[in-house]
Design a protein around this ligand. Structure first.
Ligand SMILES: Cc1cc2nc3c(=O)[nH]c(=O)nc-3n(C[C@H](O)[C@H](O)[C@H](O)COP(=O)(O)O)c2cc1C
Length: 191
């Protein structure tokens, strides 16, 4: 049997005390129950990239810095991603944009889903903005998503207690990522 695709779950917030940690923890549990993927959690706080400091456009893959080479190797091994993103000032947070800007080919022809959270808009403004960015590096965002409104209401003693909508939408998104991933693998192998 073929190995399961590798899904990287990327925690975008690096803020001390972030809600992104518990949200990702809940989603990882849901992805384990789904069982369609090998999983890897990528915490951008640990990746700790400086603001983009590579002299050449990433499409040349002529990286000068060890942190970029490490980041390239990490993203290269993934088949698919779920970005766990907060909404800051009606948009995505700077750290996720910076992490995307570092690379080019490594993202290409890979599927991405979003778990967004925030206040009244459930992080959807950030998610929609980020779709414009990810398609420019030729990623394929799925329509299915997890969008968590007033995320604080689901936090109990530092853990997310999800509602049924969150539980169901996580599985719907993972199913769609699993459906699209093999087609993109074929696209990548044709390059
Ligand atoms: C700088 C900043 C800007 C924010 N702007 C928004 C916003 O525009 N819309 C929103 O729904 N929530 C906004 N929030 C609230 C965040 O969604 C909420 O604090 C969330 O917990 C942030 O994610 P994090 O804890 O993982 O960093 C903002 C929070 C911060 C720190």
């Amino acid at each position: 049997m073929a190995a399961k695709p590798l899904l990287q779950i990327v925690i975008a917030s690096t803020r001390p005390g972030r809600v992104g940690g518990p949200v990702a923890e809940w989603f990882v549990g849901r992805a384990q129950e789904h069982a369609g993927f090998e999983l890897e959690v990528i915490d951008l706080a640990e990746v700790n990239l400086p603001f983009l400091d590579e002299p050449r456009h990433p499409r040349f893959r002529d990286y000068q810095h060890e942190h970029t080479k490490r980041w390239s190797a990490t993203v290269s091994r993934a088949d698919a991603f779920v970005f766990v993103i907060p909404e800051y000032n009606y948009g995505y947070n700077a750290v996720i944009k910076n992490a995307l800007d570092y690379l080019h080919h490594e993202w290409q022809d890979k599927v991405v889903g979003f778990v967004s959270y925030g206040g009244v808009a459930a992080g959807t403004r950030a998610m929609q903005q980020l779709k414009q960015v990810v398609t420019t590096v030729r990623m394929y965002p799925v329509v299915e998503a997890v969008n968590i409104p007033f995320v604080g209401q689901f936090l109990v003693e530092g853990e997310i207690r999800p509602n049924e909508i969150m539980q169901a939408s996580a599985i719907a998104m993972l199913d769609e990522i699993a459906r699209v991933t093999p087609a993109l693998r074929t696209l990548r192998s044709a390059r």
